[in-house]
Design a protein around this ligand. Structure first.
Ligand code: DX5
Ligand code: ZN
Length: 216
């Protein structure tokens, strides 16, 4: 477990007309990573942003770009995200293709690789990935949109993964994403990295980030 908690604002809730300024502002306010929600209109009903945006953001050299791929056929796009300069690429276990092979390809390219699952998928579906990946993401909303209500029934998955990682001394960090705010945060102590969209971008950035880090 990391000694300090990390915060990854999801830019899906940012002002896209001022994306660079938004990212500078959250970074100055204490954000550790930037979470990029990639949706293809197939795996989830929503359509968002892709590798060209990651490539543009890469101009800000110090950013850690954490890309969450909610897409049906990641095999077609992983290479684009690697070339664009992603620091982490998280794949859904429910996506099509050889997900384990893609995890290895991502890591071979010098990028971190994460695994995640939809809330309705049993936690066992990601067990084979946990020894290998750099990040395990537990979704606490149905992927597709920001601003949804936190699904408390997903919290036990965090404890299961934490226990598995600690017992076996695996390297993976645990991330939580969806409806994370000052109310849900106390239930999420097993996570290392907190993704938040609405809670950060609709509040005072510094106060919201400090609340998620447990500094306030
Ligand atoms: C949902 C995305 C989340 C979402 C978080 O599909 O993966 O990252 O944007 O937004 P909030 O924090 O508003 O639930
Ligand atoms: Zn996400």
């Amino acid at each position: 477990m990391l000694l300090r908690k990390l915060v990854a604002p999801s830019i899906l809730s940012a002002d896209f007309a001022n994306l660079e300024r938004e990212i500078r502002d959250v970074t100055e306010a204490g954000a550790d990573w930037v979470h990029v929600d990639v949706m293809d209109g197939h795996f989830v009903p929503n359509l968002t942003i892709g590798a060209p945006v990651v490539k543009s953001l890469r101009k800000m050299k110090d950013l850690y770009l954490d890309c969450h791929l909610m897409i049906e056929e990641p095999e077609k796009y992983v290479d684009d995200f690697l070339k664009a300069g992603a620091n982490n690429i998280t794949l859904h276990v429910e996506s099509k293709g050889d997900i384990l092979g893609l995890v290895r390809e991502i890591q071979k390219a010098g990028c971190h690789a994460g695994i995640t699952l939809r809330p309705r998928s049993p936690i066992e579906t990601i067990f084979p990935y946990i020894p290998i990946v750099d990040l395990v993401l537990i979704m606490t909303v149905e992927p597709g949109f920001s601003g949804q209500s936190f699904m408390e029934d997903q919290v036990p998955k965090l404890a299961t993964v934490r226990d598995m990682i600690e017992r076996n001394r695996y390297k993976a960090l645990i991330q939580v994403d969806g409806g994370v705010n000052e109310v849900s945060r106390p239930k999420l102590e097993d996570a290392d990295v907190f993704v938040a969209g609405n809670f950060i971008f609709k509040n005072n950035y510094k106060q919201a980030i400090a609340a998620l880090k447990g500094e306030s």
